[in-house]
Design a protein around this ligand. Structure first.
Ligand code: BGC
Length: 484
């Protein structure tokens, strides 16, 4: 017979074990989307034109099958269903973005659209009525065309244009929105935008990429400071920028130094100015050297005045990362090529590889290496201290139809497993996970070919019927049980 002491002891061991395997009670589970990718209604009411409207209509050859986001998932009309899905999943937050030209049809703050205002009020109120926190991205890749025609984020005036938009948005929604992201992925916006990977789909990796990097940071900082000074004292919300957190690990020991530079190039370029002040020194030095080698008289990475550096420093309330995959870095030899070198590789002189035995998602560059996420979370803490971290995107891409998405289930399970280890073992302050994406949607230049949705969308049905995949059911069960 077991003694009472043994029973109590086993119970204690069992409950500690369960606790170790469970997400903390206040851990937030969410899902994300972005305006142009889901809304459609591209010219509903008085909406103005964004650079994606322009690109898809004027140069359809750039997008898979000439697809557009004119209707997309029709969330402009189906937003009630979106809220219902978020509730079915048991989400604590839903991350979505605001279409700039739906709220400000001219791009400028001279005129606010009633229709745009109503659309987002309905969405926000509907979510709150179901106890789902809206996590709002002010800008997610859909700049008003008029600003892109004037140079977009390479034009210093973008700082004021964006800040004016942000001020309008706060005046409309800050009473109810507590989590904000100023701008989605400066690396996506600047490097993908000026390497032909997303709109404006131009090619200027040597110059526009760096101008954009400077002004996107100043635009973010101005929006953050307006919130901090005028709204935070009253509404106590939090704001940051979200990083496209590509993660790099060395292939061999001799690749370590260049790997550190790759992480500086892709992440610290935006993290260092905000969390520590000014450009990361190693990166600034490298780009200056390379610029001289190419015959420029100064660095192509524009410097900050001391005042600008001070202005950007400290403009965060938390750290937001969008993590999908890891690349192994190898020093490039001869004409060697690797996988998807969409940015950084030529500047740093590296190629990318995948680890032995890694599975890949639909795009061949998308290697699956869940440990990379935990390593990156540790790296973030090493760099920036014990900051609160929200994972604001993570998801799996495939190009097949159907509801039995076994690989996506596995991906979510394994990546969440690493998040749990980061919280329980490494004691990292990760407080949220956000699945990309709530439903299949317009995957930028890949159109509707590549899918990330935990809900399938029938793009042939008039109301864009959404159906949960196995991954949605799995995610709902994780949320319910708070364990994997
Ligand atoms: C972007 C999303 C995009 C996703 C998958 C993220 O970097 O924020 O808009 O759909 O990646 O490619």
């Amino acid at each position: 017979m077991l003694s009472l002491r043994a029973v109590v002891l086993s119970f204690l061991i069992y409950s500690t074990w369960c606790e170790e395997l469970s997400f903390p009670p206040d851990f937030m589970f969410g899902a994300a989307s972005a305006a142009y990718q889901v809304e459609g209604g591209w010219k509903a009411a008085d909406k103005g034109e964004s650079l994606w409207d322009a690109l898809t209509h004027e140069t359809p050859s750039k997008v898979f099958d000439g697809n557009t986001g004119d209707i997309a998932c029709d969330s402009y009309n189906q937003w009630r269903r979106d809220i219902e899905m978020a509730a079915e999943l048991g989400l604590s937050h839903y991350r979505f973005s605001l279409s700039w030209t739906r709220i400000l049809p001219t791009g400028f703050a001279n005129y606010i659209s009633e229709d745009g205002k109503n659309y987002y009020n309905n969405l926000i109120d509907g979510l709150l009525a179901r106890n789902i926190e809206p996590l709002v991205t002010i800008h997610h890749f859909d700049l008003p065309s008029i600003f892109q025609d004037m140079g977009g984020f390479t034009n210093p005036l973008i700082v004021d244009w964006f800040a004016d938009f942000a001020r309008v948005v706060y005046s409309l929604f800050a009473d109810r929105v507590k989590y904000w992201i100023s701008i989605n992925e400066p690396l996506g916006l600047c490097d993908a935008g000026y390497n032909g990977v997303i709109a404006p789909a131009l090619h200027s990796p040597d110059l526009a990429v760096y101008l954009c990097s400077k002004y996107v940071l100043l635009a973010h900082a101005k929006a953050w400071r307006i919130y901090d000074e005028e709204y935070k004292p009253k509404y106590h919300g939090k704001m940051t920028i979200s990083q496209l957190a590509l993660w790099f690990e060395p292939l061999r020991e001799e690749d370590e130094e260049r790997t550190a530079l790759m992480n500086a190039f892709c992440e610290e370029r935006f993290g260092h100015p905000i969390f520590k002040g000014n450009w990361p020194p190693d990166l600034a030095m490298l780009i200056e050297e390379r610029s001289f080698e190419k015959g420029f008289s100064r660095s192509r990475l524009p410097s900050f005045t001391q005042q600008e550096a001070e202005y950007i420093k400290g403009t965060y309330d938390y750290y937001a990362l969008n993590h999908y995959t890891t690349f192994l870095v190898k020093i490039a030899e001869g004409n060697e090529s690797g996988i998807w070198p969409f940015t950084g590789a030529p500047e740093i002189g590296v190629v990318f590889r995948q680890g032995e035995g890694w599975e890949t998602a639909a795009p061949s560059w998308f290697g699956i290496y869940p440990e990379g996420l935990r390593n990156q979370l540790n790296w973030i803490r090493e760099k920036y201290g014990d900051v609160q971290i929200l994972i604001t995107e993570n998801g799996y891409a495939d190009d097949s139809n159907g509801l039995r998405d076994v690989e996506r289930v596995q991906y979510i399970k394994n990546y969440l497993g690493e998040v749990l280890k980061a919280i329980k073992i490494d004691k990292i302050n990760v407080t949220a996970y956000t699945a990309w994406t709530l439903m299949d949607n317009f995957e930028w230049l890949m159109g509707y070919k590549i899918k990330y949705g935990i809900y399938e969308v029938d793009f042939n049905s008039p109301n864009r019927t959404r159906t949960p995949r196995d991954s949605a059911n799995y995610y709902a069960s994780v949320i319910k049980n708070r364990s994997l």
